[in-house]
Design a protein around this ligand. Structure first.
Ligand code: NAP
Length: 503
């Protein structure tokens, strides 16, 4: 990430208001935008000012039940549509999101805070799931084989798992929705989306776009709510729901897995991370510093893939640290709509207070403050890009998700030590390795306990690749050839040997 040098002028307050006034504020149930059944609402605020953006409907348990009624009712007819029909709808949705990329980007920046350049990148990334799964729709496969004993034939087919509940977090308001809805639609599943309370607006605009793209009534329902557990609990207990796909914290994910056990619900879980980023003596240091900036500061550090622990080999520790301090010092912190902003606010005061407390605890444990370390006064929830050095191995910050622009650096001596430190966590989403020794890179890739490894790169998310973690970071994969499988069931049909059947 570099300081934003875009020449595009900042949107005016009138542009912002006009966009906000065009966003649907209801619940989307059975193809109709409705108020909440009890008239309840929730406020969506701008984290860079703390000001109200929009008041929208907040679903009740009975709204949730209505959404499941619709999803269950249309599931059979939706599953029976030709793959090409679903494919064309997804393709159209990709084109409509791309055509409205600036609206999506501004809306996301307003509700979540990230700089516009990053919001634009998320729109492109998020839209790509629609195009990718539009293409995958037509490639849902199966097989027909002869049993080993030659006495029968084995026919294996795929079918949609059925009505799916999709719960998404606030940090990637559009991409987390498209990464689930894309494959679900491709597979022939109907869905109920529950976006995060802090950032539901991008999902509401996306739902409007899906309607325009031709998604039939009831196939996609959206039930934002201020009462997440009370609304989703009864859905998870309802035998008509066949799938839960969740992205969010490990703590909530564990609770939802336990709830899902009752109905033996299929689950996909994209949970928290605690990514190590390892820089070896033989690394290209400029590349390693740029990669660290991307892996640390993208989304203001509020990403499951954020580099949480920077492990640097002793021979380059001084040089790497000096360069990282220099580059992080250059980053302009400010409202995401301003062209010069490279780092936006944290999403709310609780998040900022947690980062603040974690930094204080790390300094108490004996670490040094090399850069930043303070909240920025004024409206909004801004926090300085921060570097901590000499962080002791048992410091809490190395074992929890930071979710802020804070880089703790630990120095190691040997490759074995780096692997041991990197794997010393209950999480296992992604690891980053910087080295010019290919053998070393591949050795590390085989030994690191994570679902994904970035080799000489600080960004690995790609719609064509399987995203997901091991250990407490989750179950299942999103994107790639694997992503659609999360929404498909395998059916096996045994067939008597046709050669032995008489005419
Ligand atoms: P969160 O607090 O777990 O919330 C995630 C979603 O779950 C939100 O929609 C939330 O609704 C909902 N929720 C909360 N409690 C619930 C309950 N009892 N029953 C049903 N739903 C419930 O996580 P977050 O703070 O939004 O997101 C940050 C976390 O997501 C981090 O841990 C991050 O690592 C993880 N994440 C993982 C990935 C990945 O792909 N692995 C990607 C992005 C983020 P409310 O908004 O109403 O609370």
């Amino acid at each position: 990430m570099t300081s934003n040098s875009s020449v595009v002028p900042a949107p005016s307050p009138e542009d912002e208001r006009a966009l906000l006034d065009s966003i649907p504020t209801g619940l989307l149930i059975d193809g109709v935008w409705r108020e909440s059944s009890d008239g309840g609402t929730l406020d969506v605020n701008d984290p860079s000012t703390g000001q109200l953006l929009l008041t929208i409907a907040s679903a009740t348990p009975s709204d949730g039940a209505a959404a499941l009624d619709a999803a269950a009712r249309v599931q059979p007819s939706w599953a029976a549509t030709a793959p090409r029909v679903r494919s064309e709808i997804l393709r159209k949705a990709f084109e409509l999101v791309t055509a409205r990329a600036e609206d999506f980007a501004l809306l996301m920046t307003l509700e979540m805070g990230k700089p516009l350049a990053e919001s634009r990148a998320e729109v492109a990334y998020g839209a790509e799931f629609l195009r990718w799964f539009s293409e995958e729709t037509n490639r849902i496969g199966g097989r027909y084989t002869t049993a080993p004993d030659g006495n029968s034939r084995l026919l294996v087919t795929k079918r949609p798992v059925g009505p799916s509940l999709l719960i998404t977090p606030w940090n990637f308001p559009l991409a987390m929705a498209t990464r689930k809805i894309g494959p679900a639609i491709a597979a022939g599943c109907t869905v109920i989306l529950k976006p995060a309370t802090l950032t539901p607006l991008s999902a509401l605009l996306f739902a409007q776009v899906l309607n325009e793209a031709g998604v039939p009534a009831g196939v996609v329902n959206v039930i934002q709510t201020a009462h997440a557990g009370a609304v989703t609990g009864p859905l998870i207990s309802d035998s008509r729901l066949r799938k839960l796909s969740f992205t969010g914290s490990t703590e909530v994910g564990q609770r939802l897995i336990a709830q899902s056990a009752e109905q033996v619900l299929r689950v996909s879980m994209e949970l928290g991370g605690n990514a190590p980023l390892i820089v070896f003596d033989d690394a290209d240091i400029d590349l390693a510093v740029s990669g660290t900036l991307q892996a640390k500061l993208r989304n203001g550090g509020e990403a499951c893939t954020a580099a949480n622990r920077i492990l640097v080999q002793s021979g380059v520790a001084e040089k790497f640290t000096a360069q990282l301090i220099e580059r992080m010092r250059e980053q302009t912190v400010g409202r995401g709509t301003l062209p010069e902003s490279a780092v936006g606010p944290l999403v709310d005061e609780d998040s900022r207070a947690k980062v603040e407390e974690l930094v204080a605890a790390t300094l108490d444990s004996g670490a040094n403050l090399a850069l930043g370390g303070h909240r920025i006064d004024g409206p909004g929830y801004f926090y300085q890009p921060t570097i901590l050095t000499d962080v002791p191995a048992d410091a809490r910050i190395l074992h929890e998700e930071i979710f802020g622009p804070v880089a703790p650096i630990t120095v190691f001596d040997t490759e074995e030590e780096a692997i041991r430190l990197a794997n010393d966590t209950e999480f296992g989403l992604v690891s980053y390795v910087f080295t010019t020794d290919l053998n070393r890179g591949l050795r590390l890739a085989e030994q690191l306990e994570s679902g994904m490894v970035g080799l000489n790169t600080g960004i690995i998310s790609n719609p064509a690749a399987p995203f997901g973690g091991v250990k407490h970071s989750g179950i299942g994969r999103e994107g790639g050839l694997e992503g659609i499988e999360e929404y498909l069931e395998t059916r096996y049909i045994g067939i008597g040997d046709p050669a032995r059947q008489t005419a």
